[in-house]
Design a protein around this ligand. Structure first.
Ligand code: M6R
Length: 617
């Protein structure tokens, strides 16, 4: 889940690489580094790398003489093998300095490769698995092979999934790249007299929207005049560039202090864009244009398995309820990292729905590969045009949230739920579970959602006050029932990931079976208790907590004085339909986490140990 970029053109490479690393920093920020071909003296490779965030790399670059070199590669690291340090930072080079490499993935057999290389006389400078790739490449380029051919032969020796980019002074102006498996994508950007290579679109879009994606076992060689592609067996690969429709301006933070706040505030618009792209009001209809062959097969669906990780798994849990209730089809959710290893039973009529905002999460991709091998129909919910999941699934329901940069997912959670709502409606329509009148009512409900979301986000004063009150709590319990249960899980995840406060999300009914032992004044509970979410049952849970001296913050529907009177604090959300409640109940929890993290002085957009896209196991 590291960020990778390469530039071959006619402009100085260093500022382009550094800017790209800023755009990729969300993928990892344990260290950052660049290598340029042609040092300040005009020869060889010059590597600058520093542990920590990009700012450290920038300071180091400021202190060294500027270079006009026009070819280079850069990397921002999320550490796997080897602790974060200057030495372990990428790029890595071989002992002879013949080759320089950046890498995303894990060389699973690196220990054996390293021992063999040492036995052949190689000396290692770092503790990383990546350095083995540089040494293996150097052995081959020294024997006279081209860099691309050396890379092709080297990847055959590596176990695991990888994205690898390399360059060599022996091939000035050129960069080679390989993608092996699902560890991470490789995108090639076509500029005017310049080419880029990157792990994802964020680094490319400021320069060009004309891009090509490498598939599972493909390699590319780029120089300023263009790109050529081969497959792992050495044959020519047909990889065609295409234009991707993402506005680079949306990547900016704008008026907001943090991407997370910006993205929270963008939700009314993101919801509206997603809803408008999937449904029409008059006549009432659901239009899932990217479903492909699945649109004709929806009536065959007898069982749905929804998979995802983290926030996307929570969206999947809401989707499960939508599908059961609206389409009458048995549905279950599974953590993709469990699903991929448990040899799941997939009979005829099974539809696997994967949820992934990035479309690059390795566990989701591997779970999809398992589902595919077992013959499941597959639909993916994704926010990234052309992402890997969309190329594996039979059909896609795209969310229209725009780029999400904060590591903590916000707008991609709520828009994924919209996509799942639309998919459930379409399934219910196709199998006759849902009558035309009901479909119209649900679409009307959805149409009211952006406005309700905007109302929740209008006034941040209550969240700031609550943050001031709760910021030094050490633990939190989040409770919900029915559709509010995944919302509670998501509330707990948001809080723990950005504020480092321990938080647990529980089905409220489970509380009496253990968690209640934890309750005391210093262990506050957030009760997600809107009007429809088995409210009366949840009220009993709140009473039980109160009876044990616990402090309760309730998320309640407008005008619900009974819940407000029981709780110590209440945040009201607009009264909306049952299926729209999870959306509006989520927003106060996102705001609460944000302001608590802010009050605690945490790095909201780049929480420690995390990365936006998890492309390693
Ligand atoms: O890109 P994905 O939706 O597949 O990412 C899955 C999780 O890594 C992600 O949802 C993660 O849990 C969130 N960033 C947490 O806010």
């Amino acid at each position: 889940m590291c960020g990778i970029v390469g530039y071959a053109g006619s402009r100085p490479a260093t500022p382009i690489l550094v800017r790209a690393l800023r755009d990729l920093e969300y993928r990892g920020y344990d260290s950052a580094g660049i290598a340029i071909l042609g040092s300040a003296d005009g020869e060889g490779v010059e590597i600058t790398k520093r542990v920590g965030k990009i700012a450290n790399l920038e300071s180091a670059l400021d202190a060294s003489p500027g270079s006009e070199a026009t070819t280079g590669i850069g990397h921002t690291r999320w550490a796997t093998h080897g602790r974060p340090s200057d030495l372990n930072a990428h790029p890595h080079t071989s002992c002879g300095g013949e080759v320089v490499v950046i890498h995303n993935g894990i060389v699973e057999n690196y220990a054996a490769l390293r021992s063999a290389l040492i036995a052949r006389g190689h000396a290692f400078a770092s503790e990383t698995d990546t350095e083995t790739i540089a040494h293996l490449l150097e052995e081959r380029t020294k024997s006279g092979l081209s860099l691309l051919e050396s890379l092709r032969l080297t990847i055959a020796e590596l176990e695991g999934s990888h994205a690898i980019v390399a360059m060599s002074p022996s091939e000035p102006g050129a960069i080679v790249a390989a993608r092996v498996g699902n560890a991470g994508g490789v995108v090639i950007g076509y500029g005017e007299g310049e080419m880029l290579v990157a792990s994802d679109l964020a680094a490319i879009l400021p320069h060009t929207q004309q891009v090509a994606f490498l598939a599972g076992l493909q390699l590319a060689r780029v120089d300023r005049s263009g790109a050529s592609f081969i497959n792992g067996d050495g044959s020519a690969a047909a990889v065609e560039p295409r234009r991707v429709p993402i506005d680079p301006v949306s990547a900016l933070k704008g008026q907001y202090e943090h991407f997370m706040l910006k993205e929270i505030m963008e939700q009314p618009e993101a919801l509206s864009d997603t809803i408008r792209s999937l449904v029409t009001l008059e006549p009432a209809g659901v239009h899932l244009d990217d479903l492909g062959p699945i649109s004709e097969r929806l009536s065959e669906v007898r069982r749905v398995i929804l998979i995802g990780m983290g926030t996307s798994l929570h969206a999947a849990m809401v989707g499960r309820a939508f599908i059961e209730r609206l389409a009458g089809v048995p549905a279950e959710t599974d953590n993709a990292s469990e699903f991929r290893y448990r040899d799941p039973v997939i009979g005829a009529g099974t539809l696997v729905v994967s949820v992934s905002q990035s479309g690059e999460t390795v566990d989701v991709l591997e779970a999809m590969a398992v589902a595919k091998a077992k013959g499941a129909m597959q639909v993916t919910i994704c926010n990234t045009e052309g992402a890997q999941t969309t190329r594996v699934a039979d059909g896609t329901v795209y969310t229209r949230a725009g780029l999400e940069r904060g590591v903590a997912s916000t707008k991609c959670f709520t828009t994924a739920m919209v996509a799942l709502y639309a998919l459930a409606l379409r399934l219910g329509e196709a199998n006759g579970h849902l009558g035309p009148g009901q479909l119209g009512d649900h679409i009307q409900d959805l149409a009211r959602l952006p406005d309700a979301a905007a109302r929740v986000l209008q006034d941040h004063a209550p969240y700031k006050t609550l943050a001031n009150h709760f910021y030094d709590a050490r633990h939190f319990l989040f409770l919900g029932r029915g559709l509010a249960f995944p919302v509670a899980m998501e509330g707990a995840l948001k809080l723990k990931e950005i504020s480092y406060i321990h938080a647990e999300g529980y089905a409220a009914g489970e509380m009496k079976h253990g968690p209640i032992a934890l309750i005391d004044r210093g262990f506050p509970t957030v009760a997600v208790a809107p009007a429809h979410a088995l409210r009366s049952k949840l009220i009993s849970n709140v009473e039980q907590i109160q009876a044990r001296g616990g402090e309760v913050l309730a998320i309640a529907s407008e005008g619900d004085q009974e819940v407000a009177a029981l709780a110590n604090h209440a945040v009201f959300i607009p009264a909306v339909s049952e299926f729209v409640e999870p959306f509006v109940a989520t927003l106060p929890l996102q705001c609460l986490s944000y302001y608590i993290a802010l009050r605690r002085g945490c790095d909201v957009d780049q929480p420690r140990n995390l990365a936006k896209t998890v492309t390693v196991e």
